[in-house]
Design a protein around this ligand. Structure first.
Ligand SMILES: [Zn+2]
Length: 73
């Protein structure tokens, strides 16, 4: 996928990132989230289906006291 950043000619490549989200006024870090990352400028694109899945995951996991979790399918 071509990078959307103006002036950048990089090609995004799939990578697992750590993504922080605010869920019910808490900041949670989710590791191993699949995303497309531009190696040139570092722009990160998380697909909509991944974000939807993240929502479900948070709904299930948010009761735990841990501030970090791992993306699982
Ligand atoms: Zn780029």
């Amino acid at each position: 996928m071509k990078c959307q950043t103006p002036g950048c000619t990089g090609e995004h490549e799939p990578r697992a990132i750590s993504h922080s989200v605010i869920h019910r006024q808490r900041t949670l870090v989710v590791h191993d989230v699949p995303a497309d990352v531009c190696p040139d400028c570092g722009a990160v694109v998380v697909h909509e289906e991944t974000i939807l899945h993240l929502d479900h995951l948070l709904a299930r996991k948010a009761r735990s006291k841990r501030a970090e979790l791992v993306f699982e399918t």
